[in-house]
Design a protein around this ligand. Structure first.
Ligand code: SF4
Ligand code: SF4
Length: 78
């Protein structure tokens, strides 16, 4: 099994731009400086730094961010 040393976590961040009102809360809260504002919307700038702390998802007032820690995703079949 190989380790991905470049990444802190195998994580997927999805930002729903239609729901993002550009309040910057997520950018200011993120302890790893993963997010940044571009054209008034939050964007993922440094995915490799994300520690999957979930703060951005929890604190976004518009539920525009979904963070998935892929190491915790249950891949079992239905
Ligand atoms: S906290 Fe939510 S609404 Fe605010 S900038 Fe981030 S994604 Fe957009
Ligand atoms: S999950 Fe945590 S580290 Fe990752 S982008 Fe959100 S606030 Fe930043």
């Amino acid at each position: 099994m190989s380790e991905q040393k470049a990444k802190k976590k195998d994580v997927t961040i999805t930002i729903n731009e239609a729901w993002c009102k550009g309040c910057v809360i997520c950018v200011e809260l993120c302890p790893e400086s993963v997010l940044e504002m571009r054209s008034g919307k939050a964007k993922v700038a440094h995915l490799d730094q994300c520690s999957a702390c979930m703060l951005c998802e929890l604190r976004c007032p518009d539920f525009a961010i979904v963070v998935v820690d892929n190491s915790k995703v249950d891949q079992s079949s239905e």
